[in-house]
Design a protein around this ligand. Structure first.
Ligand SMILES: Cc1cc2nc3c(=O)[nH]c(=O)nc-3n(C[C@H](O)[C@H](O)[C@H](O)COP(=O)(O)OP(=O)(O)OC[C@H]3O[C@@H](n4cnc5c(N)ncnc54)[C@H](O)[C@@H]3O)c2cc1C
Length: 339
């Protein structure tokens, strides 16, 4: 899966144009090109889309924050088709970073949901420093032998992402391995503003399900039966709603002059895509019936993958924070028509 992404140059394409890529990860000339790429890969395989999206996210962080020798080293890995990921999710032992006394920094704790734990070449990991701020560390996974547990990812969907655990107890790093300063990770519109990217991948899953439903209805000569045709129409409009929101969010947040508040467009898009996807899954189940639950049915795995992928990440919290910010700001209230 990852080898295919690499072979077609999609991994290297995320590096900045000045560094040998196509500049797709950060403020691309045509953000809709990145939307199409993520959606197409998501349509083919949601796990591949998830890995590609994490890769793009990581390379955006590298493009924005990496400096000096670390920057050239990381972009060299990207140019040669290395796979990157961002591991932020914490478990019961959150990752911390503290000085060792000899000028180095020591990590402790564990990451959960480390997508690509079996395939990523460089993981960008978040770590809380002693002053309570969050720092970003770029870690080559070659240095993490025995610390990655992809096999612990035992779930019903998105199996191929191998989003297992990563133990970082006692890993020492050089301060030059840090990307950006304190809390650089949370800078908007790049943090929550980036959620449109996984919505774009999820849209691919929506197209896949709608396509399988249309195929089955045509094969059974039911596509024009009134109830089935109405379901297909609603699936098509769910996809189009999602596509319009994702496109709007990509254009807003990837514009070079984008302000932090544009992150809200991405959050609302991500939530609207999830609602559209849930509607679509329900309609597809009704349209295809019991046959689509057969393990050999082409929609069966996509359904499981999409249902789990929609859980990434913290949709309730994201929606709540977005509405609080919109309500607190005159301009944002006007932007969303409630001012
Ligand atoms: C396929 C996949 C790949 C992923 N890959 C990565 C990755 O590479 N890197 C990474 O960093 N993360 C990754 N994640 C993890 C993701 O970022 C989330 O951490 C993860 O999905 C858990 O989110 P959740 O909202 O389900 O969890 P939970 O926090 O367990 O939420 C479950 C429910 O409880 C509610 N809830 C939570 N807290 C409270 C509370 N205090 N009071 C009341 N209700 C509450 C939530 O709103 C939600 O409804 C991945 C997730 C998936 C599904």
């Amino acid at each position: 899966m990852v080898a295919e992404l690499r072979r077609h140059g999609l991994l290297a394409a995320a590096a900045p144009a000045a560094d040998g890529g196509l500049g797709l990860a950060h403020e691309p000339e045509d953000p809709l090109r990145l939307v199409r790429m993520l959606t197409l890969i998501g349509r083919a395989n949601l796990s591949a889309g998830r890995l590609l999206e994490g890769h793009v996210n990581a390379l955006k962080l590298v493009a924005i924050h990496a400096e000096g020798e670390a920057r050239s080293r990381l972009l060299g890995v990207a140019r040669s088709g290395g796979l990157f990921g961002v591991w932020g999710a914490e478990g019961p032992h959150p990752v911390r970073l503290a000085p060792t006394g000899d000028g180095r920094l020591e990590l402790t704790g564990e990451k959960l949901f480390a997508s690509g734990a079996d395939t990523v070449d460089v993981a960008v990991v978040t770590a809380k420093s002693t002053d309570g701020t969050t720092l970003l560390v770029a870690l080559p996974t070659a240095t993490l032998a025995g610390r990655l547990f992809p096999g612990e990812w035992s779930v019903s969907g998105m199996k191929a992402t191998a989003s297992g655990r990563c133990n970082l107890d006692g890993v020492c790093i050089d301060p030059n391995d840090l990307l950006g300063g304190p809390d650089a990770y949370f800078r908007e519109p790049w943090f929550e503003g980036g959620v449109w990217r996984y919505a774009a991948v999820q849209l691919g899953g929506m197209y896949a399900i709608a396509g399988h439903a249309a195929d089955q209805l045509r094969a059974r000569r039911q596509a024009t039966a009134p109830l089935q045709a109405a379901r297909l129409r609603r699936m098509v409009t769910a996809c189009e709603t999602a596509r319009l929101w994702v496109a709007s969010a990509a254009l807003a947040t990837e514009a070079p002059a984008a302000q932090p508040a544009t992150a809200r467009v991405a959050v609302l898009a991500r939530l609207e895509v999830a609602e559209a996807a849930v509607r679509l899954l329900q309609l597809a189940d009704e349209a295809m019936g019991a046959a689509s639950f057969a393990l050999a049915h082409p929609a069966e795995r996509v359904r499981r993958d999409l249902q789990l992928y929609l859980r990434q990440a913290d949709p309730d919290g994201m929606g709540q924070r977005a509405m609080e910010r919109i309500l607190d700001d005159d301009e944002e209230r006007r932007r969303w028509g409630i001012g």
